[in-house]
Design a protein around this ligand. Structure first.
Ligand code: GUN
Length: 278
């Protein structure tokens, strides 16, 4: 039975530290949380993020735009927040509804307030390994592994998924920690063959039971980034068949309670950093 990588516990500890630091500051850090449209899951995530802010003593300002508000209205809001001295971080929850250019919207965010590290400037900084803001989910994974004494150096890390939010930056952060990195995706024909070579396997696709026990090398570290709602039982699952894989892996993240809370703890850290650098 694998050791459970408890993201809830570590995130709680990190938020406590952040709160203590915030209390010492003369200006209160402020995070703008922008959501467009009615996607139910996105609203849940945004509520969690604002609750985390409250726990850390960070001021959060929520902005909910209707799906049909339009790109110009969203851009005008971002420009206003860029200039607002009480706002240190700006988060635009993705995905955006149809009709919005995510790249254009992200690029409107001042890189200094880009606590998601989604702007091209911050993506480039992550690529070269000289960054202020690390992307929340991949960096949360790194911190969780570090906390449990798992050093990626010299290990084969297989990332399944190539999104701009997780897969690509995760591969870069692993590379900076001297892992040998493979990135697999929907066009990878021999997925199981490659995942079985992983010392550290990171799944970030969004497909329940994509990673089965036979795809995991005995003793591997398995990190499940996905949050999928099963329409049959209404419960949350990752990409990994947790019950079977936990018997094969040395370490595994649960869903929920693994990577999710770490993502939000890093967001709090990045907001604190943005306020200190303002
Ligand atoms: N949608 C899914 N993950 C994220 C994230 O980390 N940040 C934002 N802004 N949107 C997301």
């Amino acid at each position: 039975m694998a050791i459970i990588l408890d993201g809830n516990a570590l995130a709680k500890q990190m938020k406590k530290q952040i709160k203590a630091e915030v209390e010492q500051m003369s200006t209160q850090p402020g995070l703008a949380v922008v959501i467009v449209g009615e996607d139910a899951a996105s609203h849940v995530y945004v509520n969690y993020k604002q609750r985390d802010c409250a726990e850390c003593g960070i001021r959060s300002e929520g902005f909910a735009l209707a799906a049909d508000a339009g790109e110009d209205e969203l851009l005008a809001l971002i420009y206003r927040l860029n200039k607002d001295d009480n706002i240190h971080g700006i988060l635009v929850q993705l995905p955006l509804p149809k009709g919005y250019s995510e790249q254009k919207v992200i690029e409107a965010i001042s890189p200094k307030k880009d606590v998601d590290a989604f702007t091209l400037q911050n993506v480039g900084r992550v690529m070269v390994g000289d960054y202020t803001f690390a992307p929340c989910t991949p960096y949360g994974v790194m911190k969780l592994l570090e906390h449990y004494g798992i050093d990626p150096a010299g290990k084969h890390c297989v990332v399944v998924g190539r999104s701009n939010i997780v897969g690509k930056p995760q591969a870069m952060l692993m590379l900076h920690k001297h892992a040998t990195v493979s990135i697999c995706h929907s066009r990878t024909p021999n997925l199981a063959e490659i995942t079985r070579q992983a010392d550290i396997l990171i799944a970030a696709v969004g497909k329940i039971n994509l990673i089965t026990a036979d795809m995991v090398k005995p003793g591997a570290v398995v990190v499940d980034v996905a949050i999928n709602r099963n329409t049959d039982d209404g419960k949350l699952y990752g990409d990994v068949d947790f019950e079977a894989v936990k018997e094969v892996a040395s370490h595994i993240t649960p869903v929920p309670g693994g990577v999710g809370p770490m993502t939000r703890a890093i967001l709090m850290q990045n907001t604190l950093k943005a306020a200190k650098n303002a």
